[in-house]
Design a protein around this ligand. Structure first.
Ligand SMILES: Nc1nc2c(ncn2[C@@H]2O[C@H](COP(=O)(O)OP(=O)(O)OP(=O)(O)O)[C@@H](O)[C@H]2O)c(=O)[nH]1
Length: 360
């Protein structure tokens, strides 16, 4: 089935939303460029400039292809590079043969390139474009005009470059703010469905395994009550840091509740996840926080089963965590898919000295 681009963003995932806006910018610049350039193909043909007319015709073919592929396949064809190539070539050639009426197209071309290409490519291509257009202007127009043209092209380039850079930076910072927890810097719930679904697809398509660990600090309320909310916040920040230090780059650490963390472990079997969970709880409990606050935590673990949804996977991990809390806290409970119904009768198995016990 073909995938159609929705030009109004309906995603609740901030990363998707940002990408959606980028797709819209690309779409509309190509669409309106087509509306502007298509009549020029006929105008130039009519004036006997068949080479320029052919160049503009090819430009239109590229614009149509990008619009259609974006609309129906949700892919950005050529990443704006052909747009840049045709815009530069036709503006230079048109200025050479038509004078000012060709030169005027240089200004929107500069702006378009900054929004269609990645910033580094746009900077290099625009610098080359402005320099070449200045040379053409030097050869084609009187000197006072050459200076004005070069200066106004340069100014346009600088202003649009700064604007495009600021928009890109703002987009990156807003996405990061919207996808992470401001207190700990962990991922927040907005990324949960996407990342869990990715693991499910990897399981379904490529038989790749994954495990989930839920970690919840024990009796956190008493920390707030005894040392105050600000100290509680510091403990949460430090706890996230200690957890993150134990994880690999490919693992994903979320804060999904007040004092509850979730770790998604790609390519990890239940047994390895149990070992890691023990290490995580030890990292939290071994040394007191800020030299005085002793913290323990409980963890629930489960491996992804083929064919299940992310919510059943997460529910099973939640069940395991619930059991760890019920059984006295400061322990790891590991639950396999087949164990789900017979969980209550499982026996606790002590871990190594100084480490939290594991129940399976
Ligand atoms: N300092 C601080 N406290 C928070 C934050 N979010 C939630 N909390 C507190 O975390 C506490 C959670 O309490 P409970 O849900 O009873 O859990 P608990 O005391 O850890 O008990 P168990 O989980 O059953 O071991 C509450 O007192 C919340 O106010 C936060 O961002 N900062």
């Amino acid at each position: 089935m073909t995938k159609r681009l929705s030009l109004t963003s309906t995603s609740t995932n901030p990363t998707e939303t940002a990408l959606g806006y980028r797709r819209q910018i690309v779409y509309y610049i190509h669409f309106w460029s087509l509306a502007a350039v298509a009549p020029l193909v006929l105008v130039q043909w009519h004036q006997g400039n068949s080479l320029l007319s052919a160049l503009l015709g090819l430009f239109c073919v590229n614009l149509i292809a990008v619009v259609l592929v974006l609309r129906f396949r949700d892919r950005y064809l050529f990443k704006g590079r052909l747009f840049a190539l045709f815009a530069i070539a036709s503006t230079l050639y048109s200025t050479h043969i038509n004078g000012h009426i060709g030169l005027f197209w240089g200004y929107p071309a500069i702006a378009g390139m900054f929004f269609l290409l990645v910033l580094r490519e746009a900077l290099v291509l625009n610098a080359l474009f402005i320099m070449t257009l200045s040379v053409v202007a030097y050869l084609r127009f009187p000197e006072p005009e050459f200076w004005r043209i070069s200066f106004s092209l340069g100014m346009t380039g600088v202003v649009v470059a700064v604007f495009a850079w600021l928009v890109g930076r703002m987009q990156g910072e807003l996405t990061s703010l919207a996808t992470s927890d401001p207190l700990t810097g962990c991922l927040n719930r907005s990324q949960m469905a996407d990342i869990l679904n990715t693991q499910i697809q990897m399981r379904e398509r490529y038989e790749r395994v994954a495990s989930l660990v839920l970690v919840d600090l024990d009796h956190f309320k008493t920390i707030n009550d005894r040392w105050g909310h600000a100290a509680g916040d510091r403990v949460l920040r430090e706890a996230a840091k200690r957890l993150q230090q134990r994880l690999r780059d490919v693992d994903h650490l979320f804060r999904i509740g007040g004092e509850e963390f979730m770790v998604v472990l790609p390519e990890t079997r239940q047994k390895s996840a149990e070992e890691l969970a023990r290490q995580l709880l030890t990292a939290l409990s071994l040394a007191p926080f800020h030299n005085e606050i002793h913290v323990t935590a409980s963890a629930g673990i489960t491996e992804l089963i083929k064919g299940e949804t992310w919510s059943t996977w997460l529910n099973r991990a939640d069940q395991a965590l619930y059991t760890a809390k019920e059984d006295g806290r400061n322990r790891v409970v590991s639950l396999r898919g087949s164990d789900h119904s017979s969980l209550a009768g499982d026996e606790l198995r002590p871990g190594a000295a100084g480490t939290p016990p594991v129940a399976t």
